[in-house]
Write a protein that binds this ligand. Structure first.
Ligand SMILES: *[C@@H]1O[C@H](CO)[C@@H](O)[C@H](O)[C@H]1NC(C)=O
Length: 268
């Protein structure tokens, strides 16, 4: 029944010669009861008075901060949107188009807010950078690849292959590169540098800042007056004292692997 009515109405009005279109609308004259075809008001204006038998529709321009985008017969123009914090104006409202806002660089629109672009998790590389309309897209690195979390938002890279004179000190994982070093490089003084990317990766995963780690180490150093480059070997016990047992365990295992590399007898 509903469908029948809907289909029938346009047919009847066409018979009456009164077919409203984009620029007109139908109105029953309140005095005579006669069907009228009034002009709509153009974009940038609104209805001031409906048409009558003797007079066409009267329109009025939208004031400042207001707009109408389509041919209309609404009594009030629409209010222009205001861009929120973290948004910039892409297009000003000008009476016929609404304000167009876009999230600032580093943010994307998520339903009702600008959210900061995600940073890929350790072991995940950047697949597509975020845009104002879409978050960052990350992908888990495939075997033999890693995403270096020291450089935020990097793609997955292939693990480094050690050169002839180097040893594979630590096999690569998804979140760090293979660590290659010559035996000379694996002196206690220098192997801190070799280990640094791995340590940093673990810090990120366990949410401990370099400053915090440094504080823990410094506390120990003051107590025991030990050389800084050997502190790395103490890190697991330092971290255990600070109740960071899981991180302590991961670092201890990585250190062990380095110590078990071919250089252990002469260099470590
Ligand atoms: C408002 O801006 C739109 C698009 O930028 C343009 O097409 C239109 O002519 C402008 N209207 C007025 C009244 O300036």
């Amino acid at each position: 029944m509903f469908l029948f009515t809907v289909l029938l109405v346009p047919a009847l009005s066409a018979v009456g010669g009164l077919a409203a279109d984009e620029h007109t609308y139908q109105r029953t004259d309140p005095v005579t009861g006669q069907q009228l075809l009034c002009n709509r008001c153009p974009p940038g204006t609104r209805l001031r008075a409906h048409c009558t038998r003797s007079r066409q529709t009267e329109c009025a321009p939208c004031g400042a901060g207001l707009f109408t985008e389509f041919w209309n017969y609404i009594p009030d123009c629409l209010r222009c949107d205001a861009c929120s914090d973290q948004q910039r104006v892409v297009r000003q409202c000008n009476g016929t188009v609404n304000t167009l806002c876009e999230c600032e660089a580093g943010f994307y629109w998520d339903q009702h807010f600008c959210r900061r672009h995600s940073v890929c998790k350790p072991g995940h590389g950047l697949k597509a950078s975020g845009t104002p309309h879409r978050d960052t897209v990350c992908e888990a690195c495939a075997d033999g690849h890693f995403a270096d979390i020291r450089q935020a938002q990097s793609t997955c890279h292939t693990h480094n292959t050690c050169k002839d004179h180097e040893h594979l000190v630590l096999p690569g994982s998804r979140w760090h590169d293979s660590v290659c070093a010559t035996c000379e490089q694996l002196t206690p003084k220098a192997w801190v540098d070799v280990f640094e990317p791995v340590l940093y990766g673990l810090q990120v995963q366990y949410g401990i800042s370099t400053e915090r780690l440094q504080k823990l180490v410094n506390r120990r150093v003051r107590k025991k007056k030990r050389a800084a480059e050997e502190d790395l070997l103490d890190l697991p016990s330092i971290l255990e004292e600070a109740h960071r047992n899981q991180l302590a365990d991961r670092i201890a295992r990585k250190i062990l692997r380095v110590q078990q590399s071919h250089c252990k007898r002469d260099a470590m």
